[in-house]
Design a protein around this ligand. Structure first.
Ligand code: NAD
Length: 255
């Protein structure tokens, strides 16, 4: 069977680690030419080398860099079919609103929300010319439900991604451009595992709310991204696609 992304050019931001890296591998396995974007040149280049793709060093919160990124992709490859706007941060100084200063708030909003605005702003004109394209913006389940273990800037940043995505999906629906938000539940990335290994109580406090009783794997999120990127999801746009082990549907979870 042919890959679902054969002959497609796909850009992945935050390609060097976690969900982005798993998606780079999945997109390549589905036949795509993958452009790996990361602020961390070493990790991004490693991801690109693994799939014989391109690497572009870029801070996705910088207007000029993002414009040059997408113009460059179209100049080199002739088109851009998929944009997975995934890079994001969740720094330790983003905490309760009582502790989180303006510096952390603005940094998180810039990297998590302004970056999505910039990527969409600079990729959509190319997709309009082509008359097709699939954009997937990474939000989070915390955009849909509240947590007493707050990271207030992160939560607000992902709420912004969700609302922006819905609006873009509606605005460009008749031009062949689909825009969907991905809402992963907690994913067992190396950073999260390290944090929870050092503090098992912290993990237990969260796991009790997950019906499946475990965190997700990056590959499980990548499979959902590949679906949203491909024509298998051709009647989906402006959606919030939840991949969360059942968290957002749960009241009392199994023992
Ligand atoms: P990660 O930290 O493993 O990877 C993020 C990548 O983004 C890194 O390679 C980093 O270098 C890159 N990056 C950071 N700032 C950048 C910038 N300004 N420009 C370009 N690249 C930059 O993170 P992850 O856990 O794979 O998360 C990926 C996305 O998924 C994020 O948007 C995150 O908020 C979201 N998310 C993660 C989880 C989770 O539990 N891991 C859950 C829900 C949503």
């Amino acid at each position: 069977m042919q890959g679902r992304l054969t002959d497609r050019v796909a850009v992945v931001t935050g390609a060097g680690s976690g969900i982005g890296l798993a998606t780079v591998r999945r997109f390549a396995a589905e036949g795509a030419t993958v452009v790996c974007v990361d602020i961390d040149a070493e990790a991004g280049r490693r991801a690109a080398d693994e799939v014989a793709g391109d690497f572009v060093a870029c801070d996705v919160a910088d207007d000029t860099s993002v414009r040059e990124l997408f113009d460059g992709v179209v100049a080199r490859h002739g088109r851009v079919d998929v944009a997975f706007n995934n890079a994001g941060i969740s720094p330790p100084d983003d905490d309760s609103i009582l502790e989180t200063g303006l510096d952390a708030w603005e940094r998180v909003l810039r990297v998590n929300t302004t970056s999505v605005y910039l990527c969409c702003r600079h990729v959509i004109p190319h997709m309009r010319r082509q008359g097709r394209g699939s954009i997937i913006n990474t939000a989070s389940f915390v955009a849909l439900m509240g947590a007493a273990t707050s990271q207030i800037a992160y939560t607000a940043s992902k709420g912004g991604v969700l609302a922006m995505t819905r609006e873009l999906g509606v605005q460009f629906a008749r031009e062949g451009i689909r825009v969907n938000a991905l809402c992963p539940g907690p994913v067992a990335t190396p950073l999260l595992l390290e944090l929870f290994a050092a503090d098992p109580e912290r993990a237990a406090r969260r796991l009790v709310h997950v019906p499946m009783g475990r965190f997700g794997a990056p590959e499980e999120i990548a499979a959902a991204v590949a679906f949203l990127a491909s024509d298998d999801s051709s009647f989906m746009t402006a959606s919030q696609f939840v991949v969360d082990g059942g968290i957002t549907g749960a009241y009392v979870t199994p023992l």
